[in-house]
Write a protein that binds this ligand. Structure first.
Ligand SMILES: Cc1cc2nc3c(=O)[nH]c(=O)nc-3n(C[C@H](O)[C@H](O)[C@H](O)COP(=O)(O)O)c2cc1C
Length: 403
């Protein structure tokens, strides 16, 4: 069945000559069985009237944040839709998305959106070639937004150049791809561990590591966006867990172990937590006096959460993370084999890389050999690429089990 059939599509139209082409796109979407809501910017209304879109969709067209504020349109529209496409996207709207400006209904809805976003730029080639515009488009891409690049050809200014809105076929393909993504993990149970663990020595001192949980949180959010039922087991972090996943907060490695074992089996388990390998053998109830001497602390091994997951497996597709500072590939392959994983995401944490909110880079090594470089960038983007790569393998496993 065509994924467009019975899909909910939100279409943003901004102010450019190609706004008229958005009407043809709307008509095709409606004929394919999609329900389409349209948001227009004030500039778009100068090129085409809302009447055209409301006639095509048989639904109201939204042009202002303030028309029916009691229904909070910018939130309601993005909650009801499965995919958000902006076509044509003006240079101005792209710049606003890149910087998080939300000064009208379209840009506010875009900022409030957790659904996949597709952006189709259309503008004069001089505007498109500007370094500002290029940088803004790159920023959107890094955030996981799909860009449908404009085509070269005759522009309204009677010039030839790159800037024409992509063909309807390419726009429809991008919408179909995004819809398929949102359904990729439907009916699957996904378990993600994230964040550090902290091992107390006394009430004011502990052993831990610099993990913030950002990667695991991004993975949990992305899996939920793809329709999975997600549980996130999260060590102490200042970052907020995504709202649409069930979060179990833990502190110590032993709690993370117990919580994880309670939550399996699952179809997909991603162990992104940085679990402390050791804890102090003794934990003091009162603050240790500083004194003048050195302190010797004996550390004992914590349970190995990933090993335990690999040992019981339960039909899950199991993905581990390897944060390595040297001999990356060799250490990660060894861990993959020893812990009975299906894949391992190798994260280079030498120097300042890898931890926290800054960019990261990942390489995925598969159990059956072979590797996939997921590139470098924002953790949201890497999370999307990782699930793009793993999703088909999950479904392959499920198909094999049925045969
Ligand atoms: C005749 C005309 C055509 C325009 N075509 C485009 C266009 O194709 N792409 C674009 O980015 N801006 C175009 N603009 C400029 C935008 O309309 C302008 O930047 C506006 O502020 C965009 O508002 P919006 O992004 O809120 O829709 C055009 C302006 C005029 C007057």
């Amino acid at each position: 069945m065509d994924p467009l059939n019975s899909a909910r599509v939100l279409l943003g139209v901004s102010g450019g000559i190609a706004a008229y082409k958005a009407a043809a796109l709307t008509s095709t979407l409606v004929q394919s069985g999609a329900t389409v809501d349209v948001i227009m910017t004030a500039a778009a209304e100068r090129f085409i009237t809302p009447l055209t879109f409301s006639s095509l969709t048989a639904r109201p067209v939204y042009t202002s944040l303030w028309d029916a504020p009691e229904r909070i349109p910018h939130i309601r529209l993005v909650r009801e839709a499965q995919v958000f496409i902006v076509a044509p996207a003006s240079a101005n709207v792209i710049a606003k998305i890149a910087t998080g400006i939300a000064d009208d209904l379209l840009t506010t809805a875009l900022l409030a959106s957790r659904i996949p976003i597709v952006v189709a730029p259309a503008m004069n080639s001089a505007m498109y070639e500007r370094s500002e515009t290029k940088r803004n488009i790159d920023a959107l891409r890094e955030r996981g937004i799909e860009i449908v690049e404009p085509e070269s050809g005759f522009l309204a200014e009677r010039e030839i150049g790159q800037g024409r809105l992509a063909s309807e076929e390419r726009l429809l393909d991008a919408i179909r791809r995004s819809l398929a993504r949102t359904r990729q993990l439907q009916g699957k149970r996904v378990l993600v561990t994230a964040g550090p663990t902290v091992e107390a020595l006394d009430p004011v001192r502990h052993f831990s590591n610099p993990s913030t949980g950002a990667m695991g949180i991004a993975l949990a959010r992305e899996a939920a966006q793809r329709g999975a039922d997600v549980t996130l087991i999260l060590g102490p972090t200042l970052l907020a867990p995504p709202p649409n996943v069930r979060t179990v907060a833990v502190k110590e490695a032993r709690e993370m172990y117990e919580a994880t074992m309670r939550e399996v089996p699952a179809d997909l388990v991603i162990a992104a937590a940085a679990v402390s390998d050791w804890r102090p053998a003794e934990r003091f109830d009162q603050k240790l006096p500083k004194g003048s001497k050195d302190l010797n602390v004996r550390m004992v091994r914590n349970p190995d959460v990933l090993q335990a997951l690999g040992d019981r497996k339960d039909g899950a597709f199991l993905v581990g993370f390897a944060a390595e500072t040297e001999s990356h590939q060799a250490h990660a392959s060894e861990k993959l084999r020893k812990k009975n994983l299906d894949a391992i995401a190798l994260n280079d944490v030498s120097g300042e890389r890898g931890f926290g909110l800054q960019e990261s880079s990942l390489t995925l090594l598969w159990r059956d050999g072979g590797e996939l470089n997921l590139g470098s960038g924002a953790k949201e983007m890497l999370a999307a690429r990782l699930l793009d790569a793993i999703g088909p393998r999950l479904n392959e496993d499920a198909d094999a089990a049925r045969d």
